[in-house]
Design a protein around this ligand. Structure first.
Ligand SMILES: Nc1nc2c(c(=O)[nH]1)N[C@H]1C(S)=C(S)[C@@H](COP(=O)(O)OP(=O)(O)OC[C@H]3O[C@@H](n4cnc5c(=O)[nH]c(N)nc54)[C@H](O)[C@@H]3O)O[C@H]1N2
Ligand SMILES: Nc1nc2c(c(=O)[nH]1)N[C@H]1C(S)=C(S)[C@@H](COP(=O)(O)OP(=O)(O)OC[C@H]3O[C@@H](n4cnc5c(=O)[nH]c(N)nc54)[C@H](O)[C@@H]3O)O[C@H]1N2
Ligand SMILES: [Mo]
Length: 789
């Protein structure tokens, strides 16, 4: 199956490549951030919003879920990419009725995400019905009536309620309540595609699906391993914490197939040295691992720790902790007793000496933190890999003491909070029982569908109503072609959005776009006055967030109001849940939360405290583990890694520096030296040569899985210092290559970083690349070797 890439509005042949940078941030980052803000929203709006990011009484940065410091906050407690996220939302460009009248669906189908997102904020609700060629305005009431009618006309299991992780706590709580009041647990969310593997590994081993460290721990750790993440781009404020850790004498080890700028070095733009100096080195050790080789690395480290313990009893294993607080040590130790170094080196691509050196760092440290993100969670064996991280932490007693613990670095700014609020397709009985008692409803007990299962539902025409609370499901999930085709056959799709995106274009037979307020917008159309919302960061801190900017249109509704009115239109006015009261005053929602969710007692008072409050975290607070057996659990996993057959590479997909998931701020990936293009694949020069290609060649990419192939065309191969045998492309351009069956076992997270691919020279369809593919072939594209491409 070939994907037709909508490339008309991006001239991919404008690609420029320069040397990757070694430092992240610095003055350039500040300038880029200000430029983007001013271009979108003007000087005053930019200044007003940037000064409120992550400040008390301000709004939580919609960029990422990294926490804010408790004590002193800098005037500018944001990063280049947070500022870009805010600029994107603050834009004064608008998408009103004239836009929808001017652009038919066929026209929009040819646009890239870059173009769509750049059109601006959606100003009023629109609808498209069977036979229509264009979206056209609809009143809010008509839109809600249509939704209510369609939900009532079908069965609850044929309705799906997707959430993207920007949704605030109160909103998420109302949304899951709505789904359950209708009678379904079909609550897939972006977490299914993101850190689901982390929760799946952590719950049975440490009894909580979240990280166990605080921001202070990061700065006081003796050793931090940052594995499978690119903080310079995706969590830039994490770099100041890592730099502080090093200043305090801690060591940082980066494990990544790519030499990411932020991992190697950092210039803190908040300090004078950071602006003009050479910057701080971040990683003491860079382990350039093969994609999917982490489990092999961690098992080898376990082996080396145990070998040292055998030589030097008491020097490595925290005996008291292991005996008292854990279970399963002996079985794990037995499984790690033998190690095949040939296999380890082949699986990891690392030399034995380097793995031994890393093991010594571990042995020398009495306070170790493992940080990880998607490089770990989007592999077939992700859950086992994360369980192996837990084994390494347990054996040295790295829980519930300063500077130690597990740190899954979350993505969307409230993805963790959404799960806490009950957005989960596999809810636990205590949550459902509490909802039933509080609201007098009977929540369904049958589990619902996750993201990957939703793709299958679409494919088998089993979705009558799909509601998307934010996000861009069509592009974010796997198997783009099948998903888009399936989505466009669904009965009704409802997108609660801020800006146009691809999901609006490959919509259901009837489709609604409902424009909403963003994080930075003021939410003051309530009898009870202006409202605030709350979020939970990566380290379980719950705090308030409140926008202050005047929205670009008077027709926007706040997300809680949209949910309440959907619910009223669906369930009628005599339903036991008082939706109106919640929509009018978010304190009412918080009161419900405080009575139904553990850890939220007295929510309304505590959320108004200076720094909010921290949710209970038994491993961190008391070294206790609420697992089935009440202890931390060592687990034994068989070795697994990715091995591409001859002529193939393992392809990972990742974010560029200029994107927020499916939203593109620009076309540059500055730190990696890629400019003005996105359909590129980074390949090691030796692999390129071995495969018979040259730098900048155009290729079509074929992925294979389970005897089937997927194809995505016209990518430019770029010679790049990635690990051997691996390649890297950008998300979402490469999602068409991800077979929906390629998932992490147990968590069902797509294997976005685990594809087996081969390249073939790009073939122009019908011999005319320009006409059929929509891409311009420029005469003046000259490769570095002087050959005209
Ligand atoms: N500016 C910005 N910030 C963001 C986002 C954004 O798009 N833009 N997205 C947000 C979201 S939702 C999320 S989930 C996070 C994502 O944050 P990250 O996890 O940092 O996101 P990716 O860009 O997917 O980068 C994955 C990293 O893992 C490495 N990697 C790939 N495969 C492997 C492997 O097998 N082993 C190891 N050790 N490493 C591997 C890649 O080389 C890359 O450095 O960021 C959040 N923050
Ligand atoms: N190949 C590949 N695929 C991936 C990944 C990968 O690494 N590789 N990563 C996965 C991950 S980690 C994630 S989290 C998902 C992301 O999946 P999603 O969360 O579904 O996607 P986003 O691109 O973040 O959603 C962007 C849209 O959200 C809307 N939006 C923005 N702000 C708001 C708001 O305040 N309210 C509302 N209602 N809408 C808003 C805008 O209309 C915008 O178009 O993608 C996944 N897909
Ligand atoms: Mo994510």
């Amino acid at each position: 199956m070939a994907q037709r890439p909508p490339v008309k509005d991006i001239d991919e042949d404008a690609l420029k490549v320069s040397k990757p940078e070694r430092h992240a941030a610095g003055m350039k980052a500040v300038m880029v951030a200000l430029d983007r803000g001013i271009a979108q929203g003007g000087v005053a709006r930019t200044a007003s919003s940037l000064l409120r990011i992550n400040q008390r009484g301000g709004f939580d940065c919609p960029g990422c879920a990294w926490p804010e410091p408790e004590g002193h906050r800098k005037t500018a407690e944001f990063c280049e990419n947070g500022a870009k996220a805010v600029a994107e939302e603050n834009t004064l460009r608008t998408v009103g009725p004239e836009f929808w009248a001017a652009h038919s669906i066929n026209d929009l189908a040819d646009k890239t995400e870059y173009w769509l997102g750049n059109q601006g904020r959606i100003t009023q609700p629109v609808v498209i019905r069977p036979g229509d060629t264009h979206y056209s305005p609809i009143t809010w009431q008509e839109a809600f009536d249509l939704i209510g009618e369609r939900i009532r006309a079908t069965t609850p299991d044929r309705c799906v309620f997707y959430t993207s992780g920007r949704t605030a706590n109160e909103t998420a709580y109302m949304y899951q309540l709505f789904a359950r009041a209708i009678g379904t647990n079909n609550l897939p969310d972006c977490s299914n595609m993101c850190h689901e593997s982390s929760g799946t590994a952590l719950n049975p081993t440490i009894g909580i699906g979240k990280g166990t460290v605080s921001l202070e721990d990061i700065t006081t750790a003796k050793l931090i391993l940052t594995v499978g993440q690119n903080p310079g781009t995706n969590h830039p404020r994490m770099l100041s914490a890592l730099a502080d850790c090093r200043k305090n004498g801690g060591r940082v080890i980066a494990v990544n197939p790519l030499p990411e700028a932020g991992l190697l070095g950092f210039k803190d733009p908040q300090t004078v040295e950071g602006v003009v100096g050479d910057g701080t080195q971040i990683a003491d050790e860079f382990a350039q691992i093969k994609v999917g080789g982490d489990l092999a690395l961690f098992q080898a480290l376990g082996h080396l720790l145990l070998a040292e313990e055998a030589r030097n009893p008491g020097s490595v294993v925290d005996r008291a902790f292991v005996d008292e607080n854990t279970e399963g040590f002996e079985a794990w130790a037995e499984a790690r007793a033998e190690l095949d170094w040939d296999v380890t080196e082949r699986a990891t691509g690392l030399a034995r000496v380097q793995i031994e050196r890393i093991s010594r760092y571990l042995i020398e440290s009495d306070a170790t933190i493992f940080c990880w993100a998607l490089g770990i969670t989007q592999q077939p064996h992700s859950v086992d890999t994360i369980k192996e991280i837990i084994n390494l932490l347990l054996v040295q007693g790295n829980f519930g003491k300063p500077g130690a613990g597990a740190c899954p670095v979350r993505g969307h700014s409230n993805v963790q909070g959404d799960r806490t609020m009950g957005i989960w397709e596999k809810p636990k009985e205590p949550l459902l029982a509490a909802l039933d008692a509080e609201f007098g409803i009977v929540s369904p007990r049958e589990w619902g569908v996750d993201s990957t299962e939703t793709v299958e539902r679409f494919e088998h025409d089993e979705v009558d109503v799909f509601v998307s609370m934010g996000g861009n499901f069509a592009l974010a999930c796997s198997d783009t072609d099948a998903l888009e085709a399936g989505m466009s056959r669904a009965g009704l799709t409802v997108h609660v959005s801020t800006k146009p995106n691809r999901s609006h274009v490959v919509h259901g037979r009837t489709s609604l776009i409902l424009p909403t307020l963003g994080r930075t917008d003021i939410d003051d159309k309530h009898a009870a006055g202006a409202q605030f919302l709350s979020v939970e960061d990566s380290m379980s801190v719950v705090h308030s967030t409140q926008g202050r900017l005047r929205p670009v249109s008077e027709h926007l509704l706040a997300e809680p109001v949209i949910i309440a009115r959907m619910a009223q239109a669906t369930l009628g006015d005599d339903h036991p849940i008082d939706w109106h009261a919640m929509a009018e005053d978010y304190d009412v929602v918080r009161d419900h939360i405080s009575r139904t969710l553990p850890g939220f007692e007295d929510f309304n008072r505590r959320v108004r405290q200076r720094n909010g409050f921290v949710l209970p975290n038994p491993p961190r607070d008391t070294r206790s583990f609420k697992t089935e057996i009440g202890k931390g659990v060592f687990t034994v996993s068989p070795l697994e890694y990715l091995d591409a057959p001859e002529g193939h590479l393992i392809l990972q997909t990742m974010r560029s520096h200029d994107q927020y998931n499916t939203t593109f701020y620009g076309l540059d990936d500055r730190y990696r030296g890629i400019k003005d293009a996105r359909r590129v694949i980074l390949v090691h020069p030796a692999d390129l040569a071995a495969l018979g290609f040259q730098d900048r060649d155009l290729a079509d990419v074929i992925s294979s899985f389970d005897g089937t192939e997927r194809r995505a065309d016209r990518f430019r191969l770029v010679s790049y210092p990635t690990a051997r045998g691996c390649a890297a492309a950008y998300f979402p351009e490469a999602n068409a290559l991800v077979h929906r069956g390629l998932v992490a076992r147990e968590s069902n997270t797509p294997g976005y970083k685990a594809m087996t691919v081969r390249f073939v020279p790009h073939q122009a369809y019908g011999g005319n690349d320009d006409e059929v593919r929509g891409a311009k072939v420029r005469e003046d594209t000259v490769r570095e070797d002087g050959v005209t491409a």
